[in-house]
Write a protein that binds this ligand. Structure first.
Ligand SMILES: Nc1ncnc2c1ncn2[C@@H]1O[C@H](COP(=O)(O)OP(=O)(O)OP(=O)(O)O)[C@@H](O)[C@H]1O
Ligand SMILES: [Mg+2]
Length: 456
């Protein structure tokens, strides 16, 4: 069956790939965002120290005797110490004239009104962070502007950033692994629902067309609803055909009975052997048809009831005893005796009408296929499972056909000349299966057929 279903990808793979792909993108984004944020914070830290250094130098600038003097405070450079021994450069200008420091140090333009500016630039082959600040000095008859530029390499900052990057990368990988595991878990949880539905439908018996009643996730409701509708339609159409067979068999049987009684009456009146023979064949054909109609009717009824078993708590021994009592007159006509042995109480839960029908068919076979003046043994046992074992002293089942005798309309070679339709054992087996049991056919070593009808 699965061979005829066209496969288009796998839901599990699609879900897993989407979720894991999403997790990977999130982990990478997380890495870049956190690293950029950390770099920004670290940069701000360096800027504020650089700024403080420049300001403290500016604060030390004074006008003495008409010239500008700067007494470096020790702290101006000591606050810039880093574990990586970053290099520090400075330049002090009075207006456009270099007072002290590195002449080649870039001097970024201070925007209108701005006291201080920060830039990252290259100096002496290294990347440096640089700040430039200014202050106006006013003395007697003198007004001048002092500019201080302080720059520092970024080795310590790079070390810090690398460490942060490594930690964030580790965190990102951890996040990804966790998210991937969660994705697998979520995927199998989701697919589980489908698997569960599939299992519950696969486990059903071939006759079970009841709707799926287990709760399913909202997304699966349309699928299950259409499945239920389909099964309902199938059930109804099966039921219609069973009803049709039952109705047809019923309609055939009644007129057949009438025809048979006419044929019997005519047989009494006719004396010519040739005509008598024809009438006898006619009666026999009517019996065949009537039996077939009866068995078809029973089979249709059983197929229908097997789906909706009317289970009752019954004593299987009582049921078999009643049956045997009912069949005794027929057995006596054939000079056949019953040897019935029952366990004290064989409690079963089953559909009494079906069970009677099944056991009657098996006993009926024993009566039909065993010779007169023989005994049919019937044992009703409670353990290991409730069962009835019916054996006769006839020729037994045809050995090469034994496995097919329970098939519909299958009769053995030994049934030649005996009225029957080949449905009796089918009915018995269907009833046993519907009750969770089985029908087992064997031949006794001393001859004779032995049928075990067991229940679960
Ligand atoms: N007790 C038995 N001894 C020997 N053969 C048997 C016995 N019971 C059944 N069989 C064989 O199994 C075949 C199938 O039996 P089954 O009861 O299904 O059909 P049937 O008896 O032929 O017809 P019916 O539907 O009228 O019962 C029989 O035709 C017969 O060959
Ligand atoms: Mg039979």
């Amino acid at each position: 069956m699965s061979n005829s279903v066209r496969v288009s990808g796998s839901l599990r793979n699609r879900l897993a790939i989407t979720l894991i792909g999403g997790a990977a993108i999130l982990a990478i984004l997380l890495f870049f965002v956190v690293r950029a944020y950390a770099a920004q914070i670290a940069q701000k830290g360096q800027d504020s120290i650089l700024g403080a250094s420049a300001t403290s130098i500016l604060d030390a600038a004074v006008i003495r005797n008409g010239s500008v003097e700067v007494d470096f405070p020790y702290s101006a450079f000591s606050i810039l110490n880093t574990p990586s021994d970053d290099r520090v450069f400075y330049a002090i200008y009075r207006d456009d004239r270099l007072l002290s420091g590195y002449e080649l140090l870039p001097q970024p333009f201070l925007q209108n009104g701005a006291q201080q500016t920060f830039v990252t630039t290259k100096f002496r082959g290294a990347t440096v962070r640089l700040t430039r600040a200014s202050r106006v000095l006013v003395g007697e008859n003198l007004r001048t502007q002092v500019f201080v530029t302080v720059a520092q390499t970024q080795d310590a900052l790079s070390v810090t950033l690398n460490r942060i990057s490594r930690n964030v990368a580790l965190f990102g990988v951890g996040f990804f692994v966790l998210a991937a595991l969660l994705s697998f878990w979520a995927t199998s949880k989701t697919i589980d629902q489908l698997t569960r539905l599939t299992t519950s439908i696969t486990r059903r018996g071939p006759q079970d067309l009841t709707p799926v009643s287990k709760p399913v996730p909202a997304e699966m409701v349309p699928l299950v609803a259409s499945l239920n509708t389909l099964m309902d339609r199938l059930d109804q159409s099966l039921q219609r055909s069973e009803d049709f067979i039952a109705e047809a068999a019923h309609r055939v049987r009644t007129p057949l009975a009438t025809v048979r009684s006419y044929a019997e009456a005519t047989l009494q009146r006719v004396s010519k052997e040739e005509n008598r023979q024809a009438l006898r064949s006619m009666v026999r054909a009517i019996d065949e048809s009537s039996r077939a109609a009866g068995q078809l009717l029973d089979h249709a009824m059983i197929t229908f009831r097997a789906d909706h078993l009317d289970r009752q708590d019954i004593d299987f021994a009582d049921l078999v005893t009643d049956l045997v009592r009912g069949l005794t007159p027929i057995a006596e006509m054939k000079d056949v005796g019953f040897d019935l042995q029952c366990d004290d109480s064989v409690k079963v839960s089953g559909d009494p009408i079906l069970l009677q029908n099944a056991v009657r068919n098996v006993i009926d076979n024993a009566l039909k296929y065993s010779p007169s003046e023989s005994v049919i043994s019937i044992f009703v046992r409670a353990a290991p499972t409730a069962c009835v074992v019916i054996s006769d002293q006839g020729p037994g089942f045809p050995v090469d056909q034994i496995s097919q005798l329970t098939d519909r309309f299958t009769r053995g070679d030994n049934a030649m000349g005996i009225i029957g339709s080949g449905l009796g054992l089918t009915i018995a087996q269907d009833v046993a299966t519907a009750h969770g049991g089985a029908l087992h056919l064997t031949n006794l070593t001393k001859g004779g057929a032995c049928v075990t009808f067991s229940m679960s």
